[in-house]
Structures are given as structure tokens and as C-alpha cells.
Design a protein around this ligand. Sequence first.
Ligand code: VL7
Length: 138
Amino acid sequence: APPNFSGTWNMVSNENFERYMQSLDIDIFTRNLAKFVKPQKVIEQDGDNFVIRTLSNIRNYRVQFTLGREFDEDLKGLDNRKCKSVVTCDNGRLVCVQKGEKKNRGWIHWLDGDHLHLELRCEDQVCRQVYRRVQEAC
Ligand code: VL7
């Protein structure tokens, strides 16, 4: 069974995002806005079913999937491409493969204490992001 990724997470670091965006052909105007953005991840998980929202002042993105089931991903608002995507769980890590126009595209999430890690990959670029759990009021 996968670990529980549910919660609200704020970005604390973002490494090589510029080159990752370049590999996706994001225009320079958008890149220059996006580089200042510190997105929030809101993850809702029920067993193998996930909704991941990436929220920011300039764009929001939502993806919904079930582990092991390929789905049509429409990356509208990001690079606007379409992919055949599948997410599996491998040793506690969520591993997404995004099959489409871009080679070697995908991402990996894993947990480490109150940190959520994300590696975003496209062609020869890897962007490494870390998020910290937002404590809910009791
Ligand atoms: C999605 C963005 C560059 C456009 C805006 C930048 C801020 C915030 O796919 C992603 O996450 C997965 C795993 O959590 C779930 O979908 C990351 C952000 C990558 C690529 C495109 C720049 C414009 C965007 C929504």
C-alpha cells in the first residue's frame, strides 16, 4: 500500500526549474514570472486514488489518477501538451511516466518526515523541489 501523501504542502526549494521549463519550451515571459512562484501542493488521497493540485498566483493545475491506471493527461496551463500518463508506487515513492512528444518525461514524489520531495524530469533536465507540510489548526 502507498504511504499517505494527503495534506497541504508549501514549497521551500526549487532547483533547476529554469532549465526544466526550457526543456518544455516555456516562453521566456512565462519563465520569468514562474521563477518567482512558490507553489502549494494540495494532495487528497484515498487509498490508490489521488487528486494533486498545484496552486500558485499565476497558474493552477489539477491532476486526478488511480495507481496503475493509464490516463489521458491534459497539461493545460503548463506546457499545453497531452500525455498518456501512469503513476505507480515503488518502495513508497509515487512514480509518474508521462508518455508524449517529450522524451524521458515524468515525476517522482516521496515523503521524508514533514517534507514532500518532487523530482520533475524532461529530456536531460531534472528539477528538484522540496515542500514542507502546513500544520492544520486543531
Ligand atoms: C507542475 C510547471 C512549467 C509552466 C507556471 C509555473 C507555476 C504552477 O506536474 C507537476 O506536478 C505533479 C506532481 O505534483 C502533479 O501534476 C508540476 C509544475 C511544472 C512546468 C510550465 C510555467 C508556468 C505552475 C501550477
